[in-house]
Design a protein around this ligand. Structure first.
Ligand SMILES: C[S@@+](CC[C@H](N)C(=O)[O-])C[C@H]1O[C@@H](n2cnc3c(N)ncnc32)[C@H](O)[C@@H]1O
Length: 216
């Protein structure tokens, strides 16, 4: 799986973020710069990803390699992507390069913000974070992780959130196929309300919705 590096601007749009709460978990954060930039804005921000177990040179290599690899996926499925949010492939690459640089600087400067951990088991207490974000793992990699794994992962994200979990996107990587078992899975969750909400971001054609899970 690619250790991609989306920027703060991409997160802001994918999750339709307006005001940031006091504490946020980004799980699976990969090489994204969201945690670094949220921390700069005064948020208690933590990133979790199994890739943080890698030694620094391997982590740098994985993050750097994700850019051409992502472009390869986009080239393979050209008709499945739209460019109105980014403007151009060059602008997208610029976001990702800047975000990777920002992430790599922050991992060195504040390693305590980057926790090596993987779903469906996170090393955080119940209700530890006001907001939990998950970009491009659940649902998008449902060819790799099955429905059972998704259910366990969702329950774990809910457990560590005090208020909300937001997940984007809700389609599979590549061609953007829908997830047939998503409605059933959401119906099986107790003690929460779920909403599929439109966001001001689209790259995979039709992938312009996030899942918002609110704890009651
Ligand atoms: C496509 S990247 C997304 C990174 C970042 N959120 C972004 O939007 O650019 C997917 C990430 O999921 C991480 N990952 C893979 N399995 C995981 C698991 N079981 N729990 C948490 N993260 C996982 C990978 O290491 C990788 O960094």
């Amino acid at each position: 799986m690619l250790v991609t590096s989306r920027s703060y601007a991409e997160y802001e749009a994918m999750f339709d973020l307006k005001e940031l709460p006091d504490s946020i978990l980004d799980c699976c954060a990969g090489g994204a710069s969201f945690t670094a930039e949220a921390a700069e804005r005064g948020v208690d921000a933590i990133a979790a990803d199994p890739a943080y177990e890698l030694e620094t040179p391997e982590l740098v290599d994985s993050v750097r390699r994700s850019l051409p690899a992502t472009s390869g996926i986009v080239d393979e499925h050209q008709g499945s992507f739209v460019w109105h949010w980014y403007g151009s492939p060059e602008r997208k690459d610029q976001y990702r390069i800047e975000a990777a640089d920002r992430f790599l600087q922050d991992v060195m400067a504040a390693p305590e913000r980057y926790v090596a951990a993987g779903l469906p088991e996170l090393p955080f207490g119940d209700r530890r974070f006001e907001l939990v974000l998950c970009s491009h793992l659940l649902f998008t990699w449902s060819d790799k992780y099955d429905r059972e794994w998704h259910e366990a992962a969702l329950r774990e994200l809910i457990r560590v959130s005090n208020s909300e979990v937001r997940i984007f996107p809700l389609v599979q990587q590549g061609a953007g196929d829908p997830i047939p078992w998503l409605p059933d899975l959401l119906a099986s969750l107790e003690g929460v309300t779920t909403e599929i909400r439109k966001v001001p971001y689209e790259f995979q054609l039709g992938a312009n919705e996030m899942l918002v899970i609110t704890r009651s």
